[in-house]
Design a protein around this ligand. Sequence first.
Ligand SMILES: CC(=O)SCCNC(=O)CCNC(=O)[C@H](O)C(C)(C)COP(=O)(O)OP(=O)(O)OC[C@H]1O[C@@H](n2cnc3c(N)ncnc32)[C@H](O)[C@@H]1OP(=O)(O)O
Ligand SMILES: CC(C)C(=O)C(=O)O
Length: 500
Amino acid sequence: MNNEIIIFDTTLRDGEQVPGCQLNTIEKIEVAKALEELGVDVIEAGFPISSPGDFKSVVEISKAVTKPTICALTRAVKKDIEVAADALQYAKLKRIHTGIGVSPWHIEHKIRTTPEEIILRAVEAVKYAKKFVEDVEFYAEDAGRADNEYLARVIEAVIKAGATVVNIPDTTGYCLPEEYAEKIKFLKANVKNIDKVIISTHCHNDLGMATANTIMGVLNGARQVEVTLNGIGERAGNTSLEEVVMTLKSHSYLNLHTNINTKLIYKTSRLVSTLMNMPVQPNKAIVGRNAFAHSSGIHQDGVLKKRENYEIINPVDVGINESAIILTARSGRAALKHRIEALGYKLSKDELDGIYSRFLDLADKKKVVNDDDIRILIGEAAQGEQPLELELLQVSCGKSMMPVATVGIRINGEVHVSTATGNGPIDASFTAVKQLIRKNFLLEEFLIQAITRGSDDLGKVHVQLEYKGNNYYGFSADTDIVTASVKALVNALAKINNRD
Ligand SMILES: CC(=O)SCCNC(=O)CCNC(=O)[C@H](O)C(C)(C)COP(=O)(O)OP(=O)(O)OC[C@H]1O[C@@H](n2cnc3c(N)ncnc32)[C@H](O)[C@@H]1OP(=O)(O)O
Ligand SMILES: CC(C)C(=O)C(=O)O
C-alpha cells in the first residue's frame, strides 16, 4: 500500500466554524497561502452555498493558491453542488466534497428519511458532482455512530457512482480508537473496489480522541487525514494537523510520510491563532507555549544533560528555536547554573549555593524567576556581607489609619529596633531607620521602578543620598516595594558607614 498520507486541511472550513473565528476573504487567502507553503495537499476552502462571503473566499483562494487541490463542501443537494462548482471555476486542482448523514440519528432525526433513500441521495449527489469535477469526495456523516454493514453499502454505492475519496467521519467524536480502527478495517474487507479510492478520516475531539482515532484510521488503511491547525473546529475541535504529522514523523518505523514542511508548523499555528483570535492552550501538544518548556529541577537537569531525556521531538523540527528552561521554586541548581551561565556569569560552587537559597525564597514568592531577577540576585550576592543589614520590617498602614513601621537593622552584628509613624508606609519606615542610623543625610532621589509583568514581580528601588557633600547610591529589589525601599536606603547608608 502507498505510504504517502494526504493532508487535507479544513482549518478554513471546519476550523472556521468555531464561534468568533470567522475570517474575511483577505485573511482566508493569507491562511491558504501559508497552508500551501506548509505543504498541505488539499485545502478545504469553504462551503460556498452558505454565504456570498464564503463563495467569494473559495473563488479568491482558487485564484491565489495553485499547488494544493482546492475543495468545496456541499450537502447532498443539487444547488449546493452547482454553487460549489461555480466557486471552484478558477481552481487548478479542484474537488467537490459532498455527502449526507448515515447514522440512525441523522437518518431518522435529521434528514428524517429512510436508509434506502439516503443511499439514493448519496449516489445522486456524487453523480451530479461528477458532472462538474473529476475529483469527488463523499462524506458519510456521523459514520462513527453508523452500523458498519450499512456504512459499507453506502460506501460501495458511492464508489460505483464515481467517488474518488470516501470520508468516514467520526462527526460527534464518539468512537474509541479500537472501534474506529475496526470500522476502517471492516470497510477495507467488505467494500468492493475500496482499494481504487482513498479512504479519508475526519475525527472530532469530543472525547479527546481525535488524533488517536485518526492514527488508528491510518494504521488500518486510510490514506487521507482531515485536520486543522491547532485542532480548531466545531465544538471540541478536529484532529490537529501538527499532532498527526509529528506522530507519523516521530514514529518513523511506521514508514508513513506527509509532504508537510514541519519547520513551518509553529509559524502557521501562530498565524491561525492570531488571525482567528483563538489562543492556543499552553499545554497544547506541539504548538502550546509549554510544549517544549521544562520547569521542574529533575526534568531540567535531564534535558540539560541530553534533550532527548524529556523530549521526543526536537523543537527545531517544528520551527521553535529551542526548548525553554523556566526557573521556578521546583528548579534545581543545574537549571539555575545553566541560566546564570547563559547570562554570561561564571560562579563557583559556593557562590551558586548562596544564590540558590536566595533564588528559592524569591521563587516561592514569584512563581517564575526571570533573567532580570537573576541579575539582581547575583548583584546582591556580589555585595557580600554588609555592616548594615535590614533584619526586620513590620508595617501597618491602610485607609484612615496612621502608618506605623517597626524596623530592625543589624549594625555590626547586633540588631537594633525602632518604631516610627509617617505620612505613608515608606516614610514611616525611613523615619524608623533614621532613628537608628543617626546620620544627617538628605534623600536626594527615590525611584521605584514600574512593575512590568505581574503583581508578584520584583519592585526595584534606587535611592540617592547626599551626605557631607558626597552622593551615595543604594539599590534593592523585592516583591514587596516597602521592603525594597528600606533595603535600598540601608544599602546606601552602608556605603556611608564604610566611608565615614
Ligand atoms: C457535518 C457538516 O455538515 S459540517 C458543515 C456545517 N457547516 C454549515 O452548516 C455551514 C453552512 N451552512 C449553511 O450556511 C446553511 O445551513 C445552509 C445554507 C447549508 C442551509 O441553510 P437552510 O436552507 O436555511 O437550512 P438549515 O441550515 O436550517 O437546515 C439544514 C437543512 O439541510 C438538511 N441537510 C443537512 N445536512 C444535509 C446533507 N448532508 N445533505 C442533504 N441535506 C442535508 C437538513 O436536514 C435541513 O433540511 P430541512 O430544512 O429540510 O430539515
Ligand atoms: C462535512 C463532514 C466531513 C464533517 O465536517 C463532519 O462529519 O464532521
